[in-house]
Ligand binder design. Structure first.
Ligand SMILES: [Zn+2]
Ligand SMILES: [Zn+2]
Length: 183
């Protein structure tokens, strides 16, 4: 089994990392160590990654930056952070496009860059929105009209609604991606 920072399912991971299932999983005890582990793998393989092409570094960096964004830089061991920061600076300069952008994003979080702080926090709320904002079409409510918490889809527990009406309206769309979860 490949345990490096880059492997065939990486593209798939980048797609699912923006779903509410993955975001909710990251908040469970089982999901908590993923950022620590992925940062460690990336640090260990940093020399090897410098020899890869921009697409591969971009994919790996995108996954790491999503994890860092959602779980925070505190999850990264100091030893790994000390390896990653100079490498990310190098990748930011030597690559173009996504690889450069995601390296910059990882750096901003790892160094808590004050110029990037508000941008990173708005991206984070955008990603987490599905878990806290009504999934009804065009609805942005974060509380029910009574002030109570939004209703959770009983089956997947990964989307919320301001009431039964929006759940009903959204069901034809949501049912395609709704499945029971055990975490
Ligand atoms: Zn559901
Ligand atoms: Zn609604």
């Amino acid at each position: 089994m490949c345990t490096g920072p880059i492997n065939p399912p990486m593209t798939l991971l980048n797609v699912i990392s923006y779903t509410s299932y993955f975001i909710r999983f990251l908040k469970t005890p089982e999901g908590y160590d993923i950022t620590t582990l992925q940062a460690h793998r990336t640090a260990q393989e940093a020399e090897y990654m410098s020899m890869l092409n921009a697409t591969e570094v971009g994919e790996a960096g995108q996954f790491l930056s999503t994890l860092l964004l959602l779980q925070g830089a505190a999850a990264v061991a100091d030893e790994d952070r000390n390896i990653l920061i100079p490498k990310l600076r190098q990748w930011q300069r030597s690559f173009n496009g996504l690889a450069s952008d995601v390296s910059e994003r990882c750096l901003a979080i790892l160094t808590d860059d004050p110029n990037m702080r508000s941008m990173m926090s708005s991206v984070k709320s955008m990603i987490e929105r599905k878990l806290v904002q009504c999934n009804g079409p065009g609805c942005s409510l974060r509380l029910r009209s009574t002030g109570a918490d939004l209703l959770q889809c009983a089956r997947c527990k990964s989307v919320v609604y301001c009431g039964p009406e929006h759940q009903r309206v959204d069901w034809p769309t949501h049912k395609a991606v709704c499945f029971p979860t055990t975490y």
